[in-house]
Unconditional design. Sequence first.
Length: 299
Amino acid sequence: MDFLHVLTELRTPFGEHFFQFVTYFGQEVIIIAVICTLYWCVDKRFAYQLGFTYFLAGLCVQTLKITFRIPRPWILDPSFSPVESAVPAATGYSFPSGHTQGGTCLFAPFMFKSKRLLSKLLFAFMFLLIGFSRMYLGVHTPKDVVVSMAVSLCISFAVYKASDFLLDSTRYRRLILLLLLLLSSAVSIYALFLLSHGDISLHYASDCCKASAAGIGFGVGWYLENRYVNFSVKGSIPFQIGKLIIGLLVAVSFKIGIEFLFGDSLPADMFAYFLLVLWVIFLYPWILKKFHRSSSTQN
């Protein structure tokens, strides 16, 4: 908290706007959009690496959040004031930082993949800047940021080193799926257990269960796509742009439609996140491959 109070003295209108912009790169919608673009149009294998990193780290961070249940800085110290524009997106418990996890899981895989030192430093600077932005805006303490970054870096490096096993091995594909399903289910069961005993509120349990549903959707989609689809990302530039726009619009429609039909409830939230990720990883690639086959037959 002492460090955050020091940062409040350094705040300027420009700094607040700048770091509010920087922190957006740790948000879920940006990361999913990047994964979709890479997965559908550029590099499917690397997108899978990003997906494993992001969803595994998300499960870990959400579990830590509901285990330690540390409140936000302005609750820890009522005399402290965060940047008001950053508060609406600062949901859930403070420790560890979800935005830092998202930003690290987005840029760290690029850092490990890059062969050039300058590129590595640039990607490292990006996730470090996102972590700092959370403290500058006053929504996280250094402990929140450092622990989240450390966890995300460890998982990112582990996935990077195990990428051949995770992405290329067909022998252990069912085992990997089973482990991912068990891990995701265990996290949601743990959250519901704490909810039933009154240790956490529905709001905090929902964040954890949504991460679990997304993890299950990713695991199921990854397995089905590799087993039955194996689509290609190749295509003309107009086709790439078109399929990206259509895919993203349908994904957003799924989420809005489920909320409209079933309301804002825990089961609806979980189903929306499961279906959203399944659409991205399996359903849309399956449709794209069917479309490609149909076009090839007509030609």
